[in-house]
Design a protein around this ligand. Structure first.
Ligand SMILES: Nc1ncnc2c1ncn2[C@@H]1O[C@H](COP(=O)(O)OP(=O)(O)OP(=O)(O)O)[C@@H](O)[C@H]1O
Length: 649
């Protein structure tokens, strides 16, 4: 097969490979859907849609690709949106990790399973384009009745795999329409567009991945070399092949394993010095010949990206993630630790971060800690509570206004919060409460990275990290038309769910830490609490989360005059919760005191029972909270006749 004719084809697939026929592939998949996966074609429910957190687990490993793929998806969407297409990018498991659509069709698309987070695999959905592009590593259209499941039989879906340099499917790009003509040939052009966008994304990803290598851009035709690269080869400084893109591998009929490590001089009739020389001088196409076939091709060499040498003076300016604040907030809680780790992975990647959690769970504190961990930490952290600003003021507050835009007290003009956050972080709290008109303006700022103050004709460039927070379910707001879907995509680059205080597994440590901090701030010494008071604080359900805990500790320390907090210094509902949580003593103890002489022992026993109960009878934890060793707790339990519930008959 001629090398150059290969490369002049729109995609890199071997189109003349007669063993591959889409109809056969679809038929085999339909048989598997029935016989192997045992699916019911008439089932009416749409595909499963992952929760925001589960979706994040699929998005995180693909961060780099998502970034590059976004541009390709947007340009494809612009070309075919008016024909009613939506664009999906799925990972290798068929999970839609990115999605672009017309928000007006949102409800209908969701019902059809075309949605962010939907799962398209042959095992669960039967024959569909995403699954087949993935399984067959080919581009394919699955049209109307070809879908296995009845609910999808109005859809037309064209999908192409994105292959990594190892030849494995990294993702699948798909364009789907809810309605289309019956004739499948109407989809031919769309399939070609999906295919060439997939190639563009693969190549852009390749160039990004190997920006520190010498890269040869190859094409069969000299004239198109600069505008339509086909083959890509990354070389190390000695001229060995580090990676090749799929188009090159297909053209020379090699697998990645066969080519990796080979020397470029064993592949082309060119000396490495000549290639290097070409990359350093101005880029002139080089005419090369492939040694194995004698075919001619043309190459442009791109030199490795120059790394700016680091001088001693510059070094302190370099970013080393400062995770101290995030670590402190995470404490010893597993889900907070995971949140902090994820935040550190995405910081400075240009992704918006969405924090979800009840009021007082520390969303703003977490947003500040993200700012501290970023390269932006020396710039402003600007917080805006979207729920607290009246609708009439929010526009000028966020975007600012030009002198003369208003009369009276506001006649002078002001920079909005977006501009104030330039170079730093903008924290948009209660984003779910932002009015729809403002959402549109915010979307424009995020897309165009510039802001136009009210009354002004000129826009100002802005560079901001966005962190948003909400206690509301944005998915539900989107479904009810109260939140723009496209803004939702822009904002939830990463979603982190902050646990409520009663869910935290390190509550005791957190209480002690805050007690110390509040004591130091009020009386310049660490605050303490009696075992009773500590147990009560741990038992309470804390509807107001950390903010409520801080306030109560502060008030209790004030009432105790800086001495150890006792139960009586705590609000009645906390005292009450403690008592209500105690089971009747009869259930817990044997050998009740028989005489008044034993009254003191009785109260000692009650105290110990309370602490044990607060720690769910975990002796280690109870011992730690009392500041004594486990053996002492056991000894006291024995002496006072306390038997833990799981040892009672
Ligand atoms: N892990 C933590 N350790 C210590 N203090 C914390 C922690 N998390 C939050 N706080 C403190 O708790 C209080 C409430 O936190 P914050 O204002 O960040 O909550 P929020 O979720 O943004 O609340 P809202 O939704 O009501 O705006 C603040 O005083 C904050 O400093």
């Amino acid at each position: 097969m001629a090398f150059s004719s290969h490369w002049s084809a729109p995609g890199h697939e071997a189109t003349s490979d007669i063993s591959w026929r889409a109809d056969d592939v679809i038929e085999r998949s339909r048989q598997r859907s029935m016989g192997v996966h045992r699916l019911d074609p008439g089932r009416s429910d749409p595909p499963r849609v992952l929760t925001a957190t589960a979706l994040q687990d699929h998005r995180l490993p693909m961060e780099d690709l998502l970034d590059v793929a976004r541009s390709g998806m947007e340009s494809l969407f612009l070309q075919i949106r008016d024909a009613g297409y939506v664009i999906l990018l799925t990972d290798a498991h068929g999970v839609a990790v990115d999605f672009i659509s017309n928000p007006l069709l949102d409800r209908e698309l969701r019902q059809a399973g075309l949605y962010l987070g939907s799962c398209w695999s042959e095992e669960t959905e039967g024959t569909c384009a995403v699954a087949l592009a993935n399984l067959e590593q080919r581009s394919i259209t699955v049209h109307h009745e070809e879908h296995f499941r009845v609910p999808y039989r109005t859809l037309s879906c064209s999908a192409a795999p994105l292959l990594g340099v190892d030849g494995q499917v990294q993702a699948v790009l798909d364009a789907s329409a809810l309605y289309s003509p019956d004739d499948k040939r109407s989809q031919h052009l769309v399939l070609q567009m999906v295919k060439s966008t997939a190639r563009l994304i693969e190549n852009a990803q390749f160039l990004k991945q190997f920006d520190r290598n010498l890269v040869l851009r190859l094409a069969g035709r000299r004239d198109f070399l600069e505008v339509a690269t086909e083959g890509l080869l990354a070389l190390d400084e000695e001229g060995r092949i580090v990676a090749a893109n799929q188009a090159f591998l297909q053209s020379v009929g090699r697998t990645p394993a066969m080519l990796t490590g080979a020397h470029v001089e064993d592949v082309f009739n060119a000396r490495m010095e000549r290639l290097l020389g070409a990359s350093l001088a101005h880029p002139e196409p080089l005419a090369l010949r492939l040694l194995h076939s004698g075919e001619r091709c043309f190459a442009l060499a791109r030199g490795p990206r120059k790394l700016t040498p680091v001088t001693e003076r510059q070094r302190p300016m370099l970013h080393t993630p400062d995770d101290k604040a995030l670590r402190e907030l995470a404490g010893n809680d597993a889900s907070m630790t995971r949140n902090a780790q994820q935040a550190l992975r995405v910081v400075d990647k240009g992704l918006a971060i969405l924090l979800q959690g009840e009021s007082g769970t520390g969303k703003e504190a977490f947003a500040k800690a993200i700012h501290e961990a970023s390269t932006r930490r020396s710039k402003a952290f600007v917080a805006v509570n979207c729920a607290a600003i009246p609708d009439t003021l929010i526009e000028s507050e966020l975007f600012g206004y030009k002198e003369g835009a208003f009369t009276g007290a506001r006649s002078k003009g002001a920079r909005g919060k977006v501009q104030q956050a330039h170079g730093g972080t903008l924290f948009l709290d209660e984003i779910g409460d932002m009015p729809l008109a403002m959402q549109t303006r915010l979307l424009r700022v995020l897309a165009e990275r510039e802001v136009t103050p009210l009354g002004s004709e000129t826009s100002v460039p802005v560079d901001i990290q966005i962190v948003c927070a909400t206690h509301r379910d944005l998915n539900e707001l989107v479904a009810n038309g109260l939140f723009r879907l496209d803004l939702f995509y822009r904002l939830n680059g990463v979603t982190l769910a902050l646990p409520s205080l009663h869910e935290r597994t390190d509550k005791e440590g957190l209480i002690r830490q805050l007690l110390q901090e509040e004591g130091r701030s009020l009386y310049a010494r660490a605050g303490t609490a009696s075992p009773h008071a500590l147990a009560a604080l741990q038992t309470y359900h804390w509807p107001g989360n950390i903010r409520q805990l801080k306030n109560i500790l502060r008030a209790a320390l004030a009432l105790s005059g800086g001495e150890a907090i006792e139960l009586e210094h705590l609000p009645l509902d906390i005292q009450g919760a403690m008592r209500a949580s105690l089971p009747p003593p009869r259930m817990l103890s044997i050998g009740l005191p028989a005489s008044p002489v034993d009254a003191a022992a009785g109260s000692e026993r009650d105290d110990l029972v309370q602490v044990l109960r607060a720690h769910h009878w975990n002796i280690t934890h109870a011992a730690r909270s009392l500041g004594i060793c486990r053996a002492t707790v056991y000894r006291r339990m024995q002496k006072l006749g306390i038997v833990s519930p799981n040892q009672q008959a």
